[in-house]
Ligand binder design. Structure first.
Ligand SMILES: NC(=O)c1ccc[n+]([C@@H]2O[C@H](COP(=O)([O-])OP(=O)(O)OC[C@H]3O[C@@H](n4cnc5c(N)ncnc54)[C@H](OP(=O)(O)O)[C@@H]3O)[C@@H](O)[C@H]2O)c1
Length: 306
């Protein structure tokens, strides 16, 4: 970048899983990155309020997201906080906005998906150049059962274990794709579904890989999808009198969605792995092998339901 001024990037959500990957990749690419957040950031700011940040930036990258996915938090963070960031970006002359969204918004059934879509619409109608990155499943979301099967408990699948599939993407491959959006003109003013390398993977494929890496057979326990629906409706009714039950109902609804919908491009009639773009080199199964070899646990955070 000698002789060219280095682009100044304002990064929101840098303390999250995807945000950490984006931070690493933006730094490696040579950008001047400033993290803005409520903690562990160069600029501490409350994104739920109109932003008053005097510093000037060329690009906003947002990996900000509701940690719980609950209805109120999703609208507060995935929608309203992003509107605050967008208004500040427009006021201060930021030219470009790269938004981390999610592939599941293509078939929106959950409040957090509606909130994300509402902000995506506002961004596309703004004056800024935008890239809306909609990744498939993250590795952490597909690693929740490693500890179970290590303890010789069965691997849980919904239906027969092949109801859904995804092309998992690593934090660093996603980070590099986000960083690529800064200067790759073909990624500007685009909505970009993106998966990791290789073929689509079902839950049964995950169990088979874990069995091979652990060197032990894994029992598969099939959970009927109808059971998830019954649990959700029970909690929803209990939620009329208990806010705890209402919060659990939200989680059960999210769980049901991910038990039945694939994280692949939806063509209007079916999920299609072949038209789901791939990027990067890091595979979920290499990651499993590493976690098992190192005997470590995966930190999954509040999004553990998906
Ligand atoms: N998990 C998956 O498989 C998957 C797949 C595709 C897409 N996605 C999408 O990717 C996005 C990022 O996911 P992630 O797992 O990286 O998220 P995450 O680890 O939960 O990180 C969320 C980030 O948002 C910040 N944040 C949340 N609430 C905030 C608040 N009230 N004020 C200030 N900052 C706040 C967090 O900051 P603090 O550290 O201060 O809380 C953190 O930096 C989400 O939109 C998700 O839907 C996820």
């Amino acid at each position: 970048m000698t002789g060219v001024s280095v682009k100044r990037i304002a990064l929101f959500g840098a303390t999250g899983t995807a945000g950490r990957g984006a931070f690493r990749a933006l730094k490696v690419a040579g950008y001047d990155v400033t993290c803005i957040g409520r903690r562990d950031a160069q600029i501490i700011a409350d994104v739920t309020q109109p932003l008053e940040i005097a510093e000037k930036f060329d690009v906003v990258v947002s990996c900000l997201a509701s940690r719980s996915g609950s209805t109120d938090d999703a609208w507060a963070i995935d929608h309203l906080a992003h509107l605050n960031i967008l208004a500040w970006a427009e006021d201060t002359g930021v030219g470009q906005f790269i938004l981390l969204s999610a592939i599941c918004v293509q078939k929106p059934k959950l409040p957090f998906q509606q909130a994300k879509l509402a902000f995506e619409a506002a961004l596309t109608q703004s004056t800024l150049t935008y890239s809306i990155v909609r990744p498939t499943a993250f590795f952490k979301s597909l690693s929740g059962q490693i500890d179970r099967v290590r303890r010789r408990k069965p691997f849980l699948v919904f239906g027969d274990g092949t109801l859904t599939a995804c092309k998992p993407i690593s934090d660093d491959d996603l980070g590099r794709f986000i960083a690529q959006c800064v200067d790759d003109l073909t990624l500007h003013n685009q909505v970009l579904p993106i998966g990791g390398p290789g073929d689509a993977i079902t839950p049964l494929d995950q169990a088979a890989a874990l069995s091979a890496f652990l060197g032990q057979p894994i029992r598969i326990k099939r959970v009927p999808v109808a059971m998830m629906r019954i649990i959700y409706h029970g909690l929803r009714i209990a939620g009329f009198v208990s806010s705890k039950a209402a919060a659990k109902a939200d989680l059960a609804r999210i769980g049901h969605y991910y038990a039945t919908e694939s994280m692949l491009v939806w063509d209007g009639a079916r999920y299609d792995a072949d038209v789901t773009p791939s990027t990067g080199t890091e595979t979920l199964f290499d990651y499993y092998a590493q976690v098992i070899a190192d005997d470590t646990s995966v930190q999954r955070g509040d999004h553990s339901v998906f």
